[in-house]
Design a protein around this ligand. Structure first.
Ligand SMILES: [Zn+2]
Length: 360
């Protein structure tokens, strides 16, 4: 009978061996490489080996037993029998070769990786507005592979939008903004399902529209919409990435319901109309929403993937004139009429210019 040394030599003569350096190169060059760990088992954890019909797994179970695994069984009938009997199973999800190529630079970042990319593909982000802020946010989220992007907008594309609303172009003037946005995003990334809401967001529909989304990007340009969104997102528990722009200044923050402050903690009531011109009246540098909307896209991805420090409880203020970014702490307001401990039940209703919460 052959000695162990002879047996090992014979075995090695029948297989291919690589050194550790070659193995490392092979693994990094072959994203679907399978690593099989057969170190000495640390415990007597039971192992169930299966194949398609139960033959290969019988041999594999015997080999594992020889290697010292004490509790190995082979499943007779294999996966085919399991499936035919209607037992639960699911295929392990992986990226397609096209997706591996498209998201290559994400896969190289540990914080994203394949798992994070699959998470982004499963994620649902709702954008309020396909305008200045919504344009860059939607473009980057679509490029990043966020699988579902909802867009709420009831406007049509006007030539005066093109100074900053880069989702649209001259051919789309007169078209519904949501349709123009969908065309641009679908051409950019076919992985993305764009859901359009060509409606005015109001008390009658907001809870239905935002339902099921993981994150909302607020690109609204008026106070009643922001307060309405705030109150509805508190009810649904959906984080809102807020952004606003004015002339050369932009702001961004993340409202994480019941965890960080909400919009009403930050701004209990809207400023008087003469101090807060609406976006239709106020001028803005065309590049500014590109910066703030991109920051909103970054925050949305951080909220989805859970890395870094999202702008929860912090207000980021950007000034294009002196190229400064400053962050200010924002605390939850114990007297907040929406999320404070003594605030009553939130009632969703249309807001007038005072935007105060309605009560039963
Ligand atoms: Zn609040």
């Amino acid at each position: 009978m052959a000695t162990f040394r002879e047996l090992l030599a014979q075995t090695k003569s029948r297989i291919r061996e690589v050194d550790t350096e070659q193995a490392e190169a092979f693994i990094s060059a072959t994203p679907n490489a399978v690593l099989l760990d057969v170190r000495e088992p640390d415990d007597d954890a039971p192992v169930v080996v299966y194949c398609a019909g139960g033959t290969r797994s019988a041999f594999a179970a015997e080999t594992l037993a020889q290697l010292g695994y004490t509790d190995v069984v082979s499943m007779a009938g294999g996966f085919n029998k399991w499936k035919n009997e209607g037992r639960a199973w699911k295929a392990p999800r992986t990226l397609t070769p096209d997706q591996r190529n498209r998201y290559q630079r994400h896969l190289l970042v540990n914080e994203v990786g394949e798992e994070g990319q699959l998470k982004l593909l499963d994620a649902k982000v709702l954008l309020l507005g396909a305008g200045g802020l919504g344009s860059p946010a939607a473009l980057y989220l679509a490029a990043a592979g966020v699988g579902t992007i909802g867009i709420v907008d009831m406007d049509v594309v006007d030539e005066s939008n093109l100074q900053r609303q880069i989702l649209h172009n001259l051919d789309r003037v007169g078209e519904r903004k949501v349709d123009s946005a969908k065309k641009t995003l679908t051409q950019l990334n076919p992985d993305v399902n764009v859901v359009t809401y060509d409606v005015r967001l109001g008390a009658d529909n907001i809870l239905d529209v935002i339902d099921g989304y993981d994150v909302i990007i607020d690109g609204a340009d008026n106070f009643p919409s922001r307060y309405l969104l705030n109150d509805a997102s508190l009810i649904k528990g959906i984080p809102v990435v807020h952004g606003s722009i004015f002339r050369f200044e932009g702001q961004a923050t993340v409202f994480k319901p019941w965890d960080g402050p909400c919009y009403r903690c930050l701004l209990p009531e809207p400023p008087p109309a003469e101090l807060a011109p609406s976006c239709a009246e106020a001028g803005v540098l065309g590049v500014l929403p590109g910066i703030v909307g991109s920051i909103q896209a970054v925050e949305a991805i951080k909220v989805i993937l859970g890395f870094g420090e999202p702008l929860v409880g912090r207000l980021l203020a950007y000034d294009a004139l002196d190229q400064s970014f400053r962050t200010f702490k924002v605390l939850r307001d114990p007297d907040c009429p929406a999320c404070g401990p003594n605030a009553g039940e939130i009632v969703i209703a249309e807001y007038d210019e005072h935007c105060m919460p309605h009560r039963h």
